[in-house]
Design a protein around this ligand. Structure first.
Ligand code: RIB
Length: 308
């Protein structure tokens, strides 16, 4: 089996449920608050592990209970966490996730240890890069580290997969060269390209501009409208599975995690996206980040039910 390395953030999520987003200056009553393991990097590693991928996580937590819990959660689904550093000088990353009755959310992240990941730390752990086939990253860790690992990965012939969240505007053209797969949502695509991105035509135009700059394949996720794949050979739309959405947290993370697992098993994009959509359509029907990610068996059963 091909080896996947996830480099990214680990956060403890403080999930607050409420009817709707408060206005500026407004005070509202929330329904409840829950602590759930999260962080875009950790969610993606967790999803790949739970879905049967061979995955190692590279990242950092503080030397505290949250860090301990996050590492344990990854280990429980078979993720190799020997690359997760425990830093005594800062706390584990925290995310304050507001979830509205519509299922949508807003998130504020306090990076903590995630913000301390450095090129030096990568150099000291370079063997993880040498040993893997796929490198999956997001942007909740310092950008210079993402760029550095991308360069190392490209030099080493690795497949570079990037979930550009949170998106950064005006990245230099060279940044895009060598990225095998980029998975923005519409908002992120607009930030990355500086273009207006509303509706299929604008999505395809903006995604093509990144393909022109060197990204091999762009898969733009569109929530309830599915996703669009754009590369030099084709543009293909994949409608979403209709479900009743409870909480969209980690929908994107589980989608890209599942996609990488399927690609690492040799599936083509058509089949890999079908699998990833099945996974994220289960995730949005459950609460929380890692708590909502299904096992491989649950996904296969859901697919069988549909065929029968
Ligand atoms: O993508 C969802 C994740 O974003 C949450 O788990 C939160 O920790 C933030 O990183």
């Amino acid at each position: 089996m091909k080896k996947i390395l996830v480099l990214g953030s680990l956060n403890m999520d403080f999930v607050i449920r409420m009817k709707d987003k408060p206005e500026i200056g407004e005070t509202i009553l929330g329904r409840d608050v829950e602590l759930v393991p999260g962080g875009k990097g950790a969610n993606q590693a967790y999803a790949t592990g739970k879905l049967g991928g061979d995955v190692t996580m590279l990242g950092a937590v503080g030397d505290d209970d949250y860090g301990e819990k996050l590492i344990q959660n990854l280990q429980d689904v078979g993720v190799d966490t020997t690359g997760v550093q425990r830093l005594g000088i800062c706390s584990t990353g925290q995310a304050f996730v507001s979830v509205y009755d519509s299922g949508d959310n807003s998130i504020v992240v306090i990076p903590g240890a995630n913000g301390r990941i450095s090129k030096k730390m990568i150099e000291q752990n370079k063997r993880y890069i040498d040993e893997c086939d796929y490198i999956l990253m997001q942007m909740e860790i310092p950008l210079d580290v993402v760029k550095y690992v991308k360069e190392l990965g490209v030099k080493g012939g690795k497949k570079i997969i990037l979930d550009p969240a949170p998106a950064v505007p005006e990245l230099e053209d060279d940044f895009w060269k060598g990225i095998s797969l980029l998975k923005p949502n519409e908002t992120e695509l607009a930030v990355l390209t500086g273009q207006k991105v509303h509706g299929k035509e604008e999505v395809v135009k903006a995604a093509k501009s990144l393909v022109e700059k060197g990204v091999e394949t762009v898969v733009v996720t569109l929530g309830g409208d599915g996703c669009i794949l754009v590369n030099r050979d084709r543009v293909q739309c994949f409608p979403a599975n209709p479900v009743k959405c409870k909480d969209t947290t980690a929908a994107g993370d589980s989608f890209i995690g599942a996609l990488v697992v399927a690609l690492s098993e040799g599936k083509d994009y058509e089949n890999a996206i079908g699998f990833a959509q099945e996974v994220s359509s289960i995730v949005v029907t459950k609460r929380g980040a890692q708590t909502s990610i299904p096992t491989r068996v649950e996904v296969e059963e859901r697919r069988k039910e549909k065929v029968e």
